[in-house]
Ligand binder design. Structure first.
Ligand code: SAM
Length: 281
């Protein structure tokens, strides 16, 4: 194993600072610094970017991002027990790391960051999904970030990149793929973490598109897709009844058969449907 920096191994950091993993904070740490450097490389060219890292914990991914050349890292960590360990990293990396002790769901990091901005995180899964949805639904597009490199439970990662016709295809796939390119870049078994979680994980990399893949109003698209997938086994003429009185006309305008089910409909058709519905409002 090659060494990525001159700081102590993470196992020692955890022992020194008594960072026993707390379940309530979803703490499953990555201790292999070669692996965290590999994850950091998936974020792309870091030299000219500010990286927002959520949930650095003892700092494995933080060290990966810094050793891979990130211009700056802003790390938001809720658990104050991690701060002394993170301070050691900040001291070793000459002002390139700023740590803020806050709940990422409550904290707005924008004024601390200079574009281009990349986001990287190994987060508890519930927090990760909530932040992903927020990052994908800003008031204006393009968003403040250029790319997201995020660890998820494998099953959630599959929902993000899913294509029509699969069980995993649904609201999250459409939300993610409408305005970004989303790929699974690394698969990880439970044993990659300490302590190991119950399920496998995967790193997803999303790159923001300059504009949506197909035109549509975000709120209307979201309403149509939510209605379609809330009753995913029903035919669309039934599941979308509440969306517009003459839904069959809109389905026809979008080239969708009224007897199709949500799972069969691609992003382009959903956007065409949202445009037709919006044109009547
Ligand atoms: N990034 C580290 C790693 O890869 O080893 C730690 C990963 S651990 C899965 C999740 C981290 O997120 C923990 O350090 C936890 O304290 C932190 N965390 C949990 N909820 C948070 C929140 N709402 N805001 C900021 N950090 C949070």
């Amino acid at each position: 194993m090659s060494q990525i920096d001159n700081l102590p191994p993470l196992r020692d950091v955890i022992a020194t600072h008594q960072l026993s993993a707390k379940k309530s904070l979803g703490q499953n740490f990555l201790l292999d610094l070669n692996l965290t450097a590999k994850i950091a490389r998936q974020a792309g060219k870091l030299e000219e970017a500010d990286v927002l890292e959520i949930g650095p914990g003892p700092g494995g991914l933080t060290r990966g991002l810094l050793s891979e050349g990130a211009r700056r890292v802003l790390a938001i960590e809720k658990d104050e027990r991690c701060l002394p360990a993170l301070q050691q990293i900040a001291d070793a990396y000459d002002g390139r790391l700023q740590v803020i002790n806050a709940d990422a769901l409550e904290f707005d990091p924008l004024e601390y960051l200079t574009p281009p901005i990349k986001i990287a995180a190994n987060l508890p899964y519930n927090v990760g999904t909530e932040l992903l949805v927020r990052w994908l639904t800003p008031k204006e597009w393009p968003p403040f970030w250029e790319s997201l490199t995020l660890m998820f439970q494998k099953e959630v990662a599959e929902r993000i990149v899913a294509k029509p016709g699969s069980k995993a295809y649904g609201r999250l796939a459409i939300l993610a793929q409408w305005r970004s390119d989303a790929r699974i870049v690394i698969d990880l078994p439970p044993q990659a973490f300490t302590p190991p979680p119950k399920v496998s994980s995967a790193v997803v990399h999303l790159t923001a598109l300059p504009e949506p893949r197909y035109p549509a109003d975000a709120a209307v698209l979201s309403r149509v897709v939510a209605a379609a997938f809330n009753q995913r086994r029903k035919m669309l003429r039934a599941s979308l009844k509440g969306v517009a009185p003459n839904i069959e006309d809109h389905l026809a305008a979008a080239g969708i058969k009224p007897t199709d089910r949500a799972e069969q409909i691609g992003l382009e058709e959903f956007c065409a449907l949202a445009r037709s519905v919006a044109s009547q409002n």
